[in-house]
Design a protein around this ligand. Structure first.
Ligand code: C5P
Length: 400
């Protein structure tokens, strides 16, 4: 199917062994209907001849700044404006560093600076170079400036190492490009999300909290934005950067989380309660630090309001999705919770067996009134993507 017809893609190729995969990418993009032009950095030519890409794309390949200027129909600014997407694949560590710093000492870097449209990069390098904090910092900053980062994948490398750093395969990159251009399934939807733990003060320096890292909630925020949703993320204390483009409201206690959510709830179309909210708080938190004494001490705990149940009880309520983290009888508890809290959907996981809290992996059993679906054990980003697909499907069905 010509999913990319009328799409103009400028493919930037930097110096790396993965440059050979980009030849296949050019072929796949063209087969999908895209018009492709290729720009190479000088060092990319050490790996593959420009002629290869010229033959595949049917256009001359641009290599240096003055090449582009010599082509009066397409100078470097024109070329940057011409495309709907500028994709740098492979993107070397050196290129990412220069791109982040705003260098423009070759044509491709100049185009990255001049591009108004989306810019995506597919990093490819040795795993040690990818793991280096300098590279990580560069990629983080580029992502914060809306540069789309695809990959890298994990696996065996040309140099014999094994780890993260391989460029995504051409078919995977094609898939990402197609997804980039297909309208999101949550376009125009306001999605409100809670994530992370809460902290319940005992005194000014001590609190009660839990092991939630916030990773699942943040991954859901990211996945929802990729599907076009406007995301408001009400988050307890976590050490994660807010996904670029989400509106972040940082809170500490369950009460603050409830207040923030209730302020936003009337605007929300979908509410996803992913936070591990403390069920109890200390009845009267001490105003001053509690002093140690020889006597045993006890804390009186009182129940916190249930944020999710409060939202789902609203007269004009959003589509409500809850989580159930259980150590046993997951299905039974999840279904009971869906009923009790009057939810549209519940995502249940068994905690404590390599998924759930404090790990990068999860697996979910998702229930709604008329069905269920398993989301198999995978990285949280993938699980979040599949959950958001399911939420989009059930939410859309609920409007019909
Ligand atoms: O009842 P339980 O705490 O197991 O329910 C978990 C679900 O309810 C999660 O979606 C969680 O975010 C939400 N919840 C809430 N407010 C609370 C407790 C739980 O929104 N006070």
């Amino acid at each position: 199917m010509q999913t990319l017809s009328n799409k103009k893609i400028l493919l930037g190729i930097t110096g790396g062994i993965a440059a050979y995969k980009s030849a296949e990418l050019v072929r796949l993009l063209i087969k999908a209907g895209a018009e492709v032009r290729v720009v190479m950095t000088p060092s990319a030519q050490e790996f593959v001849q420009p002629l290869t890409y010229q033959a595949l794309s049917g256009h001359r390949v641009y290599v240096d700044l003055f090449d582009a200027e010599a082509d009066s129909a397409m100078d470097h600014i024109e070329l940057a404006r011409w495309c709907d997407l500028l994709l740098v694949a492979p993107a070397s560590a050196d290129f990412l560093g220069k791109m982040n710093a705003g260098y423009a000492d070759n044509l491709l870097l100049t185009l990255c600076l001049a591009a108004k449209q989306s810019v995506a990069v597919a990093p490819a390098m040795n795993q040690q170079m990818w793991a280096n904090p300098a590279t990580q910092e560069n990629v983080k900053q580029l992502a914060a400036r809306q540069v789309i980062v695809w990959g890298p994948a994990e696996g065996e490398q040309a140099c014999g190492d094994v780890g993260a750093g391989r460029m995504l395969e051409a078919a995977q990159l094609l898939d990402n490009v197609q997804r980039h251009f297909s309208p999101g399934r949550l376009e125009g939807v306001n999605l409100l999300l809670t994530a992370g733990p809460t902290r319940e003060a005992i005194d000014p320096v001590r609190y009660i909290s839990n092991r939630s890292s916030g990773k699942m909630g943040y991954a859901i925020a990211e996945a929802a934005m990729r599907q076009g949703a406007s995301v408001t993320l009400v988050s307890g204390p976590v050490s994660l950067a807010a996904p670029a483009g989400a509106r972040l409201i940082s809170v500490e206690s369950a009460q603050q989380m409830l207040d923030a959510v209730m302020q936003q709830a009337s605007e929300a179309d979908v509410f996803v309660a992913c936070a591990a909210v403390s069920d109890y708080r200390v009845d009267q938190a001490a105003q001053q630090k509690i002093k140690k004494s020889d006597a045993a001490m006890s804390l009186k705990l009182v129940l916190n309001d249930d944020i999710l149940a409060t939202v789902s009880a609203l007269e004009r309520r959003p589509f409500c999705v809850g989580f159930a983290a259980e150590t046993q009888d997951v299905e039974q508890y999840a279904l009971a919770k869906m009923e009790q809290k009057n939810l549209d959907m519940i995502a249940a996981n068994r905690v404590g067996d390599g998924s759930g809290f404090e790990t990068d992996f999860n697996q979910l059993e998702v229930f709604w009134r008329a069905g269920r679906q398993t989301i198999e054990h995978a990285g949280k980003a993938e699980v979040a993507k599949q959950l958001i697909d399911l939420i989009a499907e059930r939410y859309t069905a609920s409007l019909a």
